[in-house]
Design a protein around this ligand. Sequence first.
Ligand code: HEC
Ligand code: HEC
Ligand code: HEC
Ligand code: HEC
Length: 502
Amino acid sequence: MKKLNNWIETNPKAKWILLFSVIVITFLLGLFAASIMERRAEAQFVFTPKVKYDQLEPRSEIWGENFPNEYETYVLTSDTTFRSKYNGNGMRDALAENPEMVILWAGYAFSKDYNQPRGHYYSVIDVRNTLRTGAPNDSVPSPQPNTCWTCKSPDVPRLMKEKGVQGFYSGSWDKLGHEVVNYIGCADCHDAKNMDLKITRPALIEALQRQGKDISKLTHNDKRSLVCAQCHVEYFFDNRDGKQKYLTFPWDNGMTVEKIEEYYDNFKYVDWVHPISKAPMLKAQHPDYEVFTLGVHYRAGLSCADCHMPYESKGGVKFTNHHIQSPLNHISKSCLVCHRESEEEMRQRVYQRQDANKELQKILQHEIAIAHFEAKHAWEIGAKEDEMKPILDLIRKAQWRWDFAVAGHGNSFHAPLETARILGHGINKVKEARRELANIFAKYNNFNVKIPDFSTKEKAQLAIGLNISKLKQEKKIFLENVVPKWLKKAQERESKYKVQNL
Ligand code: HEC
Ligand code: HEC
Ligand code: HEC
Ligand code: HEC
């Protein structure tokens, strides 16, 4: 202080320099404070409700009147133009790209028709269109249960309230065709009262509770992933009581591929018996969430929304972009928030991981397809039940690993190391199965295995005896005659819902 006083007294300009410095510092501090206030105002979303609707209103366009930014971006999930190396917004015929899949799923509905996902906008349309749901009419039911609707629509929470959860999981898929008409929307993820994120599907709540988690203690960041984990997970339809097909997440022992397998093995669960090899098979669904939790981004505290729903700003209002899609279509907003590399470099980093896993996937799926035919040959040359059992179990285990790794479409980026680990174990299991099969061929002295041509989707479907053109014809009749009736009934029902203008 003394030094400063001396300096001011001895230097005539000092007072002025000091005064000027104080003015500049005060001005900068003011700017800084103003910017903080502005950010805070931005962070609170602007909300002047225009309409009032029921808590379970299934029509997103009604919610959209109050939240135009979120709604306008959400309907963009109808866009099918973007394509990345392995994914993208459009539909990709997974069977045509990987004809082995037809052999792997022989005897199961996925061998008929299987496309990579497109945007949420198509969730209801695509489940009606797929050959897997069949062509129901007044006298023929769908081969699938109502439970299939669970991850398709905000009509589901409404129906569960009306019918009870068990009531909803009963009956064949066509029974609720006139009730489930709105594609995935606001009421699937939000509480209409306060717009908080909300888990609306009982299967997720029940699975978390069985793991001993307290649902009321979930953080907001947890929910930014868990709203997606309502659907993007491994699941099965539990029919052990013979009454309904109760949607269940098999997470009681843990969420890794081995722990889920152990869960199924404990009660000898079988999705279907493979018609070529007679192996008791498991079908993996789409374990995106489970595998994501084993990757570096989950460990770093990210949630699904960070990459798939980045923040946007429009007219000074900050909001969440609801156009859920491949983040590679907006790398600057979803990756460059944290990473400092160029967009092209980030894209290549994703492709590098996907390419590596694709290589392993291709090896594994080809080996499994061959193993199914080799097992068929073993039966034909007289192999005994007890000789075949351990081999069929290895085929089940190999294909379960393959499916788990591949069916989560983001796995090879979300957790590349875990995905490679799973595929590696799959390759080991199938090689072991084929070694044992070779022993059987030696024992019965017959190596004459017949393997049909499955090099294209069409050839593979022919090889497993599927008459696709008949299925397609029946589907066409269903879409032209039955679906319009469903839509008309739905329109009449919805026209009576109360919406109040404010
Ligand atoms: C109610 C179930 C449900 C919820 C909740 C849900 N999804 Fe989906 N998601 C689906 C279905 C079904 C599809 C496939 C739709 C189709 O292909 O017709 C899909 C497709 C996708 C796709 C592929 C889009 C494309 O353009 O290829 C992405 C990415 C995705 N979801 C991410 C998410 C994220 C992230 C969340 C959470 C913020 C989420 N989903 C929540 C059911 C759901
Ligand atoms: C698949 C789940 C999902 C669906 C469907 C969904 N949202 Fe969201 N919504 C989110 C997530 C995740 C956030 C981000 C929350 C956060 O980061 O704090 C969010 C945030 C919001 C917010 C808070 C403001 C903002 O933009 O961050 C509003 C309002 C909102 N959504 C409205 C809607 C409306 C309207 C619809 C239907 C057109 C809808 N949401 C559909 C998951 C969803
Ligand atoms: C760090 C960013 C990041 C996070 C976090 C993230 N993803 Fe992804 N996700 C990606 C990238 C990158 C891809 C690959 C996109 C491509 O190949 O076009 C992808 C792919 C997907 C796909 C396949 C998309 C398609 O077009 O078929 C789905 C579905 C998906 N993610 C869902 C999720 C879910 C659910 C979560 C949370 C459990 C999640 N993602 C978390 C970056 C992320
Ligand atoms: C919120 C911050 C954040 C966002 C957003 C984010 N990342 Fe990351 N990313 C991280 C962190 C943290 C790590 C771990 C870095 C470390 O520990 O060295 C990481 C690691 C990675 C790695 C190396 C992972 C591995 O497999 O070894 C890749 C590749 C990557 N990110 C790509 C992406 C891409 C692509 C996107 C956008 C789709 C993205 N990231 C979005 C924070 C983020």
